[in-house]
Write a new protein. Sequence first.
Length: 351
Amino acid sequence: MLEKAEKNNIEPLQRSEREDLSREVHGYFQPITSIGACSNEVPSTLDFGTGSDLYRNTSNSGLDDVAAKSRLSQLSDQQVLISQIHRDNLEETLSQTLARLHPLDAPAGSRPGVDYFSVSDFVARKGVQDAAAASPHLAATLQELRECKWSKDIHVWKRHPLEFTDYSAENSRLEIDSSASYKRQIETLAHEGYHATHQDLDKLYGGSSPLDENKYVDVKLHQEVGAFLREIQVNNELRKNRPDLGGEPIVFMWVDPKNPKGEPIKQVMNELLVYRSGQFDEKASFDAIEKFLRHHLGAVGDGSGQGYKRDEQGNLSTKDYVANAKSGFTEYSKPANFKASKDHLKQEHYI
């Protein structure tokens, strides 16, 4: 490549010029305007970071073609880069080169503290497939992730430290604590995978006007209940069919509002499941989990996996599932927001 540069009288660039190029490349990585896995507004679907971030981290992005990196480091702006590519008849176009930097196209990529995957790559990993062979409910989750209408937008981030695992509908990001055990990461995938694929878009946007607040809260809270139920079912199946994984039942640590400075109280979530005449009663189990979440405040972890966050007065930080369910209602219920979201969902064929 250096020979080609000399042949065309192109001088190698200094660092400041390469940084100018990285800023130009940023223009190719503007957020995609899409509903992703559905938010209450119409958000940007994916956050790829800046072009300069990708430029500095090409070695971690799955791009190992030295010639491709060399191209990016030798040209000062888009126009020169494009003209040089055509003039030299290089085997890759700019768009192909930049596509190879796309973090979700690589089997696994990294940035400080994070490994990230496309959902299709992640669910195909051997560790995930091995666990799914022992858990029908995990296998169902993986199938839902592969087949849901917005599957292409979902990406999995494994990182640490992490205060709590999460699925963000705003950027279609499913987050897993990379420091957790293999079994715990699989259970998190079941819980957050349920959230990713059960956004209840038809319930939220199927009518001509927004739901009232009580119905909205019910929909959002039921999503959380369903995610806990899926996680518990996967936990039960893995403990039964893969005892080599070890592990304990699902534990929920909650805070007594009368004793906020005390220690969190343990609730084994598996014990909330209801069986009648030896048969699992899914509806009764769902109702029991909902009742628990409505009346208990979750303790918020401190990110270490060992302790819990407290304020300056020593009070435990809490997660109120009902308040969380209400939090998005104001924006959702604004007529202009509702119409914009609904129109976009229809355009994307999500409803």
